[in-house]
Design a protein around this ligand. Structure first.
Ligand code: SF4
Length: 66
């Protein structure tokens, strides 16, 4: 698995505060399989924009979910 594959939005701590917890868990387990899933990014610099990203998007502010 490449570094990019390890830093997908679906496994980022800022992803998914607007989707059900059980769905978020499934996305975190395998973001590639749930790549069409769209959810909010709550990174402070994005939150005011109400940014929505896919599970397989990414950015330099990636931080792995606990
Ligand atoms: S856009 Fe960046 S900060 Fe937001 S969920 Fe994706 S990787 Fe995380």
């Amino acid at each position: 698995m490449s570094e990019t594959e390890n830093s997908l939005c679906g496994t980022c701590e800022h992803f998914g505060n607007d989707i059900p917890e059980d769905t978020l868990v499934q996305i975190r387990i395998n973001p590639q399989a749930r790549g069409q899933s769209i959810a909010a990014c709550d990174l402070p610099t994005n939150a005011s924009l109400h940014l929505k990203v896919s599970a397989v998007s990414s950015c330099d502010a990636y931080s792995p979910a606990a």
